[in-house]
Design a binder for this molecule. Structure first.
Ligand code: T5A
Length: 212
């Protein structure tokens, strides 16, 4: 038997996080884990979805100040954590989240230059009792990820930022994942079937270690 877990998928745009979420959900189901909640950040509650629209919108005469952006990300996250993630975890449901607070450290910290200690403060105030059991980091080169995102639809306000922004964001991811033991890193530059194979192998290995 395995106690329910909180799994987070992270990475740049076009890294294949959506695909990874579905893949992991299917692996869990095949392993007899039936109660699974899949969420995305920012989003997955009515208020958090409205915040998501605001963050992604391109304004002609205004743009989000970096601190406003950070706080909006956190507002959406707290809404989701309190309304859905915590209740699910308490009720024995597995949670898979497409992004969590590592995204804020990477995008608003690494990309926009907000000090890590400010983000860590928010984390310790609001997320101290909701720590992922596993983070799957989908590592993609910014050029490759953005090209994939662009193929799908037009770029939103964050996706339209410079390549330098995404390079800094990726560097921050790479630095921060070194500090976390509960990380699986996937080379997301490879083709879809290779990526799926690697996720499957690594998640099955991790699952074996969780049996109590
Ligand atoms: N954000 C979010 C912050 O700045 N701070 C925060 O704290 C949080 C939580 C969210 C935005 O908000 C930012 C980051 C984002 O800019 P979003 O639309 O949810 O906006 O953005 P993403 O989460 O990046 O979603 P994407 O859909 O762009 O990326 P995915 O989910 O990683 O990619 P996916 O699976 O949808 O794939 C994209 C395309 O690439 C193809 C897929 O088929 C699809 O067409 N693809 C591949 N093609 C070839 N080979 C592969 N290996 C492929 N993998 C995927």
């Amino acid at each position: 038997m395995i106690k329910n877990k909180f799994i987070v998928i992270e990475g740049l745009e076009g890294a294949g996080k959506t695909h990874a979420c579905i893949c992991i959900k299917n692996i869990l189901k095949k392993n007899n884990i039936k109660k699974i909640l899949l969420v995305r950040q920012p989003g997955s509650t009515p208020i958090a979805e409205d915040i998501r629209k605001l963050i992604k919108k391109k304004f002609d005469t205004d743009n989000l100040v970096k601190e406003t952006e950070l706080l909006l990300m956190y507002a959406a996250r707290i809404q989701l954590v309190e309304k859905k993630i915590k209740p699910a975890l308490i009720n024995g449901i597995w949670v898979i989240s497409d992004r969590h607070d590592l995204s804020s450290l990477a995008y608003q910290g690494g990309g926009l230059g907000i000090k890590k200690k400010i983000i860590a403060k928010l984390q310790s105030l609001f997320l101290y009792n909701v720590i992922p059991d596993l983070t799957v980091y989908m590592d993609v080169l910014p050029k490759i990820g953005l090209a994939r995102a662009l193929k799908r639809n037009s770029l939103d306000s964050i996706e339209s930022r410079s390549l330098t922004f995404f390079q800094k964001t990726r560097n921050s991811y790479l630095k921060n994942i070194k500090e976390d033991k509960n990380i699986i890193k996937i080379n997301a530059n490879l083709n879809m079937s290779k990526v799926t194979q690697n996720i499957t192998k690594k998640i099955l290995n991790w699952l074996k270690k969780q049996v109590i």
